[in-house]
Each structure stands twice: as structure tokens, then as C-alpha cells.
Design a protein around this ligand. Structure first.
Ligand SMILES: Nc1ncnc2c1ncn2[C@@H]1O[C@H](COP(=O)(O)OP(=O)(O)OP(=O)(O)O)[C@@H](O)[C@H]1O
Length: 261
């Protein structure tokens, strides 16, 4: 696929997803371009996984549109991978299931630092090794867009920092776009280009250094978290109830794109 940096790999226009008529994703608009690292943060149940499933095309949208670049190749690192525990499965076999030649599988494993585990059983990998294996699997086809759902879960703090660094390096090498979900706020702030704070709708979005000062961020993650990141005041015009619904102020579609400079 050939795209210029200016052309979005994926663009969401006012995308909504509802289950039983209740919106879980509410009029979300965003774009990801080559070389972008966009991280979606938000509380449990905010619709983050649903949103990226919509990007992957495995979750139908109720309203809005998702535009993808022509012949976009997506590499996906899921939140969980259910493996049948009784099924013998080596790293080598797991990677071979991608259909890629063994040399390419080996170089993807080398890229994520786990080539020495080639003959090991996937059932015996540590949490961090498993995440690196899932990343290698996603990389083997040299994707235009890398989509990761909480890539650092189950990984210790040093391992998390290394994993985010690896994602940045991969982005540099492949010149791909990256969209990921993360709960590791401190690492997110260091490792991403753009943060989108989702609570069904986009509460706030922007550069990591700015977003931690946004009252919508403070409201979503709490004062102690926000203070540990930074403090800054900015006018914000709506609040949420416990379900994340807007209870006062302006309609959310007017605040979706408020990016601070
Ligand atoms: N297929 C489905 N049918 C009905 N409800 C669903 C379905 N998938 C997700 N939901 C609901 O949509 C809401 C958002 O789920 P989602 O997994 O997108 O949240 P999330 O932000 O990724 O949460 P977490 O941080 O806990 O992973 C949840 O209330 C969930 O129960």
C-alpha cells in the first residue's frame, strides 16, 4: 500500500456503536496517519476495545463511517489470546500459522527480542514474552497500521517501558501508524504522540503533556492520578454521571476535538 504522510491510514467520522440501543461508542471522530502513535485511554467499559474492533472491521458500527486507505494492511495485537492448554504449540508453529516463511518469522521474533525462544512451548512463555510473541505475529506482514489492545498488560514496569520503546522503534522502522489502548498512564504520556481520552465519546484529546492538565482527564482518572502527571487549568464544559453520560454543559460533539496547544 502506498500512502503519503498527509493521507490518513484510517479515519473515523462520527462513529457510534450501540448494544441493545445503548451507545458504547458515541460519535467518535479520529484519524491515524503514518508515523502517528495514537493511544486511547479511558476507564473500564469506556468503549475502547469496541472502538478498535470497529477499526479492525470485526465490530459493525451503528452510525458514522470508517474510511481506510486502499489495501491497508493491519497488524493486530489482541488483549487476550485463548490458547487451548492441552494443544502442544511451539513458538515456531505459532508463527508458522501466519503463513509467512520461516525466515520472516525468525526476523520478526528477533525484532521483538525473543528469537531464542523459537522452539519453546507458547504455554511456557512469561507474560512479557507472550506480548512480544503477539507483537512479532502482528509485525510479520509488515503492517501499515499496528493496532494494540493493552500491549503491556501482565508485563512488569521495566518490561513495559521496554515494550513501548520497541513499539516506537517498530513505528520508526516500518513508518507505520500505531493505535493502541493503554492503562499505563505514565508510560503512555512518555511513549505516545497523541492521546485520546474516551468515555463513550471523546472527552479530550491532544498531546500527552497537555492532556494530563485537562479537567476532563482529571474527572475521568481522578485528582491523584492527574496531579502525579501534572497540574494545569483549562475550561471544560461538561460532566459525566457514573455511566459516563454527559449530564450538563454543551453537547459532546462540540468538545470532541478540543486539542490544546
Ligand atoms: N458484544 C457485546 N454485546 C453487548 N455489550 C457489549 C459487547 N461488547 C462490549 N459490550 C459492552 O460495551 C461496553 C464497553 O466495552 P469495551 O470492552 O469496549 O470497554 P473497554 O473500554 O475496552 O473496557 P476495559 O478497559 O475494561 O477493557 C461494556 O459495558 C461492555 O460490557
Amino acid at each position: 500500500m502506498t500512502t503519503t504522510d498527509a493521507e490518513p491510514l484510517v479515519r473515523l467520522d462520527q462513529v457510534s456503536v450501540s448494544f441493545n440501543e445503548l451507545p458504547v461508542v458515541d460519535r467518535v471522530s479520529l484519524e491515524v496517519r503514518r508515523n502517528d502513535i495514537v493511544t486511547i485511554i479511558g476507564p473500564n467499559g469506556a468503549g475502547k476495545t469496541t472502538l478498535i474492533k470497529a477499526v479492525l472491521g470485526i465490530q459493525p458500527v451503528t452510525a458514522g463511517r470508517i474510511h481506510k486507505a486502499h489495501r491497508l494492511l493491519i497488524g493486530y495485537v489482541p488483549q487476550h489470546l485463548e490458547l487451548q492448554p492441552t494443544l502442544p504449540l511451539s513458538v515456531r508453529r505459532f508463527m508458522a500459522l501466519t503463513g509467512a516463511p520461516e525466515t520472516e518469522c525468525q526476523s520478526a521474533l528477533a525484532r521483538t527480542g525473543i528469537r531464542p525462544l523459537f522452539r519453546k512451548s507458547v504455554h511456557h512463555l512469561s507474560g512479557g514474552e507472550m506480548q512480544r510473541l503477539l507483537l512479532a505475529r502482528a509485525l510479520v506482514r509488515k503492517p501499515d497500521l499496528l493496532v494494540l489492545d493493552e500491549p503491556a498488560q501482565g508485563v512488569d514496569i521495566n518490561g513495559q517501558a521496554a515494550l513501548y520503546e520497541l513499539i516506537r522503534d517498530v513505528r520508526d522502522e516500518l513508518a507505520c501508524g500505531v493505535i493502541m489502548i493503554s492503562h499505563d498512564l505514565h508510560l503512555v504520556m512518555a511513549a505516545t504522540d497523541r492521546v485520546i481520552c474516551l468515555n463513550q465519546h471523546v472527552c479530550c484529546s491532544g498531546y500527552p503533556a497537555d492532556i494530563s492538565h485537562d479537567p476532563a482527564f482529571v474527572e475521568t482518572f481522578g485528582q491523584p492520578v492527574a496531579e502525579s502527571l501534572a497540574v494545569y487549568h483549562h475550561h471544560h464544559n461538561h460532566s459525566h454521571d457514573l455511566h459516563g453520560d454527559v449530564v450538563d454543559g454543551e453537547h459532546p460533539e462540540h468538545v470532541e476535538h478540543h486539542v490544546h496547544s
